[in-house]
Design a protein around this ligand. Structure first.
Ligand code: GAL
Length: 421
């Protein structure tokens, strides 16, 4: 047996030497929701991969739809049907761990972290969100910030409006703008409404309360949460919910902001990628940003990561893909275009000139702010919860009953095994 193994290893080494077989060839399927306007950063990374591994044919497979809302259904069918892509996009936290890792569908990548010396370069708090029972299951390509308040400074100046820093200030700016026929806050399809809910919850509960909601220290049906739903209703009344929201992608909602139809947009900083990379606008001049009212000093984070499912067709090529994602070069090719900051702590300082004013600002905030994980983008709640939370939102929008929504949310938490249940 041992002799056979030695012989096999010798033949393999010989074939590798003469170039008959390389460790990386064949087809590599990368699966994500970064299509169309969201594509340039991923394409830059794939171009880098193609340069390193010209014998691998990369299939950039995407399912359009912000925040992966359509992608996740397709992924689930493929994973459960025994047809996993070689590597797929998945958010750090519960979306990865509470969905795929606990179901034994992902391969342990701890060895890759050891090989690449990644323990020193990714923040430990982030590694914790990629880990289960001491093993690490994906590689983070970025850090995004959720819930940023975006605006166009020239428009606010023209309207004589200042950026609100508390919810009460926001309500009065809202009333003022509405009398003038301007939409105070533009929203889009359902997931962008959940994204907004996350920020209202954070604003009303504070960072400790928000954390406690997801870990079991604060009842989803309690009086604090009824106050969250009350505030959410007031904020929703400042939006285009009943006009055109349901038909707008996040990019289209952002377009309305740029066109001057709306004063603010609450969205993650993929908006910075869209405004700068796609529309060619300059941060700080053509567009501005601020913390969502009442959340100053708190950074709602999420991270796009890629993992290695069990039983993939081209594992060798997929491992090299993950190695590239985690490298300094990979992170600096991707993030300046994406509107995100690198997950590696050493990447911005290596080439600061790649990062525009918004990204420099965010990198500073990431280092000093209080961090909380985004619910909408998979950090603090599993996929089952995220899917079912849509129904809670519908119940609230139909009934406008805060108590009803709070108890519906509690039921969803229990069913999904989220919120500490
Ligand atoms: C997030 C994702 C971002 C961006 C955004 C909009 O969930 O983490 O990278 O793609 O959705 O689609």
């Amino acid at each position: 047996m041992k002799r056979h193994l030695i012989l096999f290893a010798a033949i393999l080494a010989f074939l590798l030497m003469i170039g008959g077989v390389t460790a990386q060839d064949g087809v590599l399927e990368i699966f994500s929701w970064w299509a169309g306007d969201e594509g340039p950063a991923l394409e830059a990374l794939i171009a880098l991969y193609n340069m390193r591994y010209p014998d691998v044919e990369v299939i950039n497979a995407t399912v359009t739809g912000g925040a992966g809302v359509n992608f996740r259904a397709v992924l689930k069918t493929r994973m459960l049907g025994g047809n996993p892509p070689d590597s797929f996009q998945v958010h750090a936290g519960q979306e990865l761990i509470g969905t795929w890792v606990i179901a034994n569908r992902m391969q342990d990548l701890t060895w890759l972290y050891e090989q690449e010396g990644w323990f020193g370069v990714f923040p430990q708090g982030l590694i914790d969100q990629l880990s289960y029972e001491g093993r690490i299951y994906s590689v983070p390509v970025n850090i995004h910030r959720a819930g940023v308040l975006w605006y166009i400074p020239d428009q606010l100046a023209e309207w004589g409006v200042s950026v609100p820093t508390t919810l009460d200030e926001f309500y009065s700016v809202c009333a003022d703008l509405q009398t003038r026929g301007i939409t105070p806050l533009v929203i889009g399809e359902a997931w962008t409404v959940i994204h907004l809910w996350d920020q209202v919850a954070l604003s009303v509960l504070g960072a400790d309360g928000y954390d406690a909601l997801w870990t079991g220290g604060l009842s989803p049906a309690g009086s604090e949460m009824i106050a969250v739903w009350d505030a959410f209703g007031r904020v929703l009344d400042c939006t285009n919910l009943h006009q055109n929201a349901a038909g707008l992608s996040w990019q289209q909602a952002t377009d309305l902001l740029v066109a001057g139809d709306a004063a603010f947009n609450v969205m993650g900083d993929w908006v910075a990628g869209y405004l700068s990379t796609t529309l060619g606008l300059t941060p700080g001049e053509d567009y501005g940003w601020a913390d969502f009212p009442g959340t100053e000093g708190v950074f709602t984070w999420l991270s796009d990561t890629f993992g290695l499912p069990v039983g993939v067709p081209n594992e060798a090529a997929a491992v090299e893909w993950l190695r590239l994602l985690g490298s300094l070069e990979g992170q600096n090719a991707f993030n300046p275009l994406k509107g995100s900051i690198p997950a590696r702590v050493d990447a911005v300082e290596a080439v600061p000139e790649l990062y525009n004013a918004y990204l420099q600002y965010t990198a500073d905030e990431w280092a000093k702010d209080r961090l909380v994980g985004s619910m909408m983008h998979g950090v603090v709640a599993n996929e089952r919860f995220m899917g079912d939370f849509n129904q809670v939102l519908d119940i609230y929008i139909q009934s406008r009953s805060s108590a009803g929504a709070a108890s519906a949310m509690e039921a969803v938490c229990i069913q999904a095994g989220a919120c500490g249940y």
